[in-house]
Design a protein around this ligand. Structure first.
Ligand SMILES: *C/C=C(C)/C=C/C=C(C)/C=C/C1=C(C)CCCC1(C)C
Length: 243
């Protein structure tokens, strides 16, 4: 008799491992959102397809990174800082591209896109240094990162991007405004996670929170929410051009 036994390696997660839980749910949510965006592509006018495609690529890149982060967490019970920042440095610039794509109808120039991308990379690279390389000075790196973040907020709320949104008017203006709120409120979740997970004068304030749970909630809100705002805009605009 031959005894065939197959062992599948599945990491065990404790029932009260809410960090692990949030990685699993985050992974599933990103996969579902990607399927949703990709499968809806053909129902849109050509000029909106790129925007929806980018929404899908953002959640897809996140889904792949969540797959690794989920695994990393269940193997080491440690923050997957590296994967986290690789994910962000790919997806956040793509969110900047979304701003450019929807404002193109009003004549947005590539320079606007590159400026936002540059600022977002500065924000993330300095954040990475504070979290992974030079934790003793985390507050300083966080401050520099926060300044870049505020310049982005200023740009889209009051700068060139705002002027273009006003020029476009209608559904584009409304979508731009919603995206601006995502950046102001949704992105502000991240510095909270950062302060909860790095040493500094602020330690006591958010000390009880898990950096990863905060980041995972932020990612779900921002990546999927951002995509849905663009999706909604494309639905409205495509309906109008049909009638
Ligand atoms: C999908 C991922 C997104 C939208 C990630 C956004 C990340 C941030 C807005 C991070 C911001 C940070 C600061 C403003 C200061 C502290 C360091 C960071 C990198 C957590």
């Amino acid at each position: 008799m031959i005894n065939l036994s197959l062992t599948v390696e599945v990491a065990r997660l404790a029932a009260d491992d809410y960090v692990g839980f949030s990685f699993f749910v985050g992974c599933m949510a990103m996969m579902a959102a990607s399927a949703f965006f990709f499968l809806s592509l053909s129902s849109f006018d050509k000029k909106w397809r790129t925007s929806i495609l980018v929404s899908g690529i953002i959640t897809f890149i996140a889904a792949v990174h969540y797959w690794y982060m989920r695994d990393y967490w269940s193997s080491f019970a440690e923050s997957p800082v590296f994967f986290r920042y690789v994910d962000w440095v790919l997806t956040v610039p793509l969110m900047c591209v979304e701003f450019y794509l929807i404002l193109k109808v009003a004549g947005a120039k590539k320079s606007l896109m590159w400026r936002l991308i540059f600022l977002s990379v500065v924000m993330l690279v300095t954040g990475y240094f504070g979290e992974a390389v030079d934790r003793d000075n985390a507050w300083l790196w966080g401050l520099v990162s926060g300044i870049a973040y505020f310049v982005i907020v200023y740009d889209i709320w009051f700068g060139k991007a705002k002027k273009l949104a006003l020029a476009a008017g209608g559904d584009v203006l409304a979508a731009h405004k919603t995206l601006c709120w995502f950046v102001l409120v949704g992105w502000a979740i991240y510095p909270i996670g950062y302060m909860a997970g790095t040493p500094g004068w602020y330690e006591g304030i958010f000390g009880g929170l898990s950096l990863d749970v905060v980041y995972n909630i932020g990612d779900a809100i921002n990546k999927i929410g951002f995509g849905l705002v663009v999706y909604n805009l494309a639905v409205l605009a495509s309906n109008k051009s049909e009638s």
